[in-house]
Design a protein around this ligand. Structure first.
Ligand SMILES: C[S@@+](CC[C@H](N)C(=O)[O-])C[C@H]1O[C@@H](n2cnc3c(N)ncnc32)[C@H](O)[C@@H]1O
Length: 289
């Protein structure tokens, strides 16, 4: 797998920490030659020190600290966007290998993801949680690409939470194209903004394998990925491919600004269609805010 430009957030955090330490150290006294070569710097240093002392006295952060904070935020925003792009442009197996080697990056990704989500007027995961609450608590649920496992934390159902990294013993860490779940063992399979890999069809095939006949398949996807006017896939083709896999579309909720939510049910019996024409789902890349 190709190395990423900022491979280790942990590493970069260490570098930042070391850098910060160096900056706090007192600089050595300038040699006479450097004094001669440089413009008169002592007054500048005194002004900075005075300003920061005054700021400290007033109980407010001095300018360099806030600049540093801004730079840190920008850096972690950059890390998030890089990881997000990575997830949308590699296979599930590559993503699994990548995060298994660098599990700290999972936190970097999710901190950035939560920040992005905080700007959405409605989050699809909440709609799914409410939908589950309005149905049988006896249903077994599989949450494919569970993130912070919000579904398992908010419903009474038995939930298999699946993601690339497990920071909680209840989360199964795997590439969701190959889960350890038994065939025909779950009543509801959920993909909430998680059809990210280039091989997304194999995640839906896996859901088909583990779902009971008549089981539900809920898919929430970013609107732009399914908007042909902006280079996204044709939603009808997307639904057609899923119905060829063995599902019927029950309803589609397209009233939300940022995402579309599909409710499918697995057919009791279906003919196996070979060579399903899966439309390409373009990556959802977040802009710098
Ligand atoms: C955009 S986040 C959404 C998280 C959660 N479903 C929510 O709505 O808050 C997508 C999640 O899918 C996970 N994911 C992507 N590809 C995966 C794969 N091949 N196997 C397991 N998890 C995957 C990512 O790690 C990430 O946590």
């Amino acid at each position: 797998m190709e190395p990423l430009p900022e491979t280790a957030a942990a590493g970069s955090r260490k570098r930042r920490r070391r850098g910060g330490g160096r900056n706090r150290r007192k600089p050595p006294p300038p040699s006479s030659s450097s004094q001669a070569a440089s413009p008169p710097s002592p007054p500048v240093k005194r002004r900075r020190g005075a300003a920061s002392a005054a700021a400290k006295g007033r109980g407010i952060a001095s300018k360099p600290t806030s600049l540093l904070e801004k730079m840190r935020a920008r850096l972690s925003g950059g890390h998030f966007r890089m990881l997000n792009e990575k997830l949308y442009t590699c296979s599930g197996q590559d993503a699994f290998d990548y995060f298994t080697n660098e599990p700290d990056l999972f936190d970097v990704y999710h901190a950035g993801y939560q920040e992005q989500m905080s700007h959405w007027p409605e989050q699809p995961v909440n709609i799914i949680i409410n939908w589950l609450k309005s149905h049988s608590a006896l249903w077994t649920v599989a949450d494919f690409g569970c993130g912070n496992a919000a579904i398992a934390k908010n419903v009474k159902n038995k939930v298999f939470s699946i993601d690339l990294v497990s920071e909680d013993p209840s989360v199964i860490a795997c590439d969701m194209a190959h889960t350890p779940l038994e065939p025909s063992s779950v009543d509801v399979a959920i993909f909430c903004l998680s059809l990210m890999g280039t091989n997304y069809a194999s995640y839906l095939q896996e859901a088909n394998r583990v779902l009971k006949p008549s089981g539900w398949l809920l898919i929430a996807e970013v609107r732009s990925r399914l908007d042909p006017n902006t280079g996204g896939a044709d939603p009808n083709k997307f639904c057609e491919a899923i119905s060829e896999l063995g599902f019927s579309l029950v309803s589609k909720d397209a009233k939300n600004k940022m995402f579309i939510l599909f409710y499918f049910r697995k057919k009791e019996k279906s003919k196996v269609v070979k060579n399903i024409d899966w439309p390409h789902l373009k990556p959802c890349l977040y802009k710098r805010r």
